[in-house]
Design a protein around this ligand. Sequence first.
Ligand code: SAH
Length: 348
Amino acid sequence: MTKPAWSILPDEWKPILAERGLRAFRADQILQSLYRDCIRDWDGATTLPKDFRETLKEEFPITPCEVAAVSESSDGTKKLLVSFADGEAVETVLIPAASRFTQCISTQAGCAMGCAFCASGANGLSRSLAADEIVAQHMLARSFGEVTNIVVMGMGEPFANYDETLRALRLINSGRGPNIGARHITISTCGVVPGIERLAREGIQFELSVSLHAPNDELRSQLMPVNRRWPLDVLLPACAAYTAATKRIITFEYTVVAGVNDSRACAEELARQVRRVPMAKVNLIPLSPVAHRPDFRTPDESTMLMFLDVLMKRGVQTMLRRSRGKDADAACGQLRLRRAAAPREAAT
Ligand code: SAH
């Protein structure tokens, strides 16, 4: 049985080596080769004996993957198409800012959640990614700059692929791995309650965002089918339990869609709902237009400001977020694989 090298946590190498009669210091050499030298082939691990490199190649392969296409937006945001051996591919986005360089990673190719305004789910789920394929996106991104923050806000629902996602994030977080601080890693869920409950028990300091997008069940179920399974009276108490257990805040994401969830009444109702969760804040994001729903429009600035004002006046800590990467189809909710177009892009 082979096990991808990028799925093995640093502490797991020692027993693997012991089984083969190898000394523990080899683990450090392996980790340095993988995550400091960023080798893509075991032949590059020159500190290791040649016959051991052959064993590693056979039993612990480094996931074959490549950046099949790059598109850059005028604001400096880059979208990479990362493809794997079976021909499946996902998008990952690199977002530069003054003091940080954020990578938005995907956990699934496509998505089964079917949120109305999100392009990633428009064609359903193709498949979930394995931990090494999530790590692969990060390892490939490192040649584009020093990533400081990770947001799990790319394609897919992380809590529909919980184990592989958490394994990948623990690895990316590890000081003997890529070493991205836990507080610089944000997981975003559309509201899969068992995932929120499990994360509360992990004893790890990752940040949690919950995509809310509507202040009542009627509207939320229309926009997000997941709400029929876990409605607000289940979701919000689970969020409150999470903040109580972890003493960590939850950020509610609210994508504002013109004429759909942008009224003053919606803002007032949202403030009431959010206040059920101690230690919550809200990020307001203007809708990024998506091709499959031309009827969904971006609200104007004054609507965003009105919404912000209502929430702030009711004591809800709120941030207005700007969309980045729009002209490269890299903004929130725009990640989607155009199957016919991908191979053509890859050939150029
Ligand atoms: N499945 C996870 C993570 C992926 S989406 C989740 O739902 O949270 C990351 C964020 O982008 C979510 O808040 C999502 O609702 C939002 N989003 C999706 N489509 C969007 C669009 N067209 N415009 C703005 N935000 C969008």
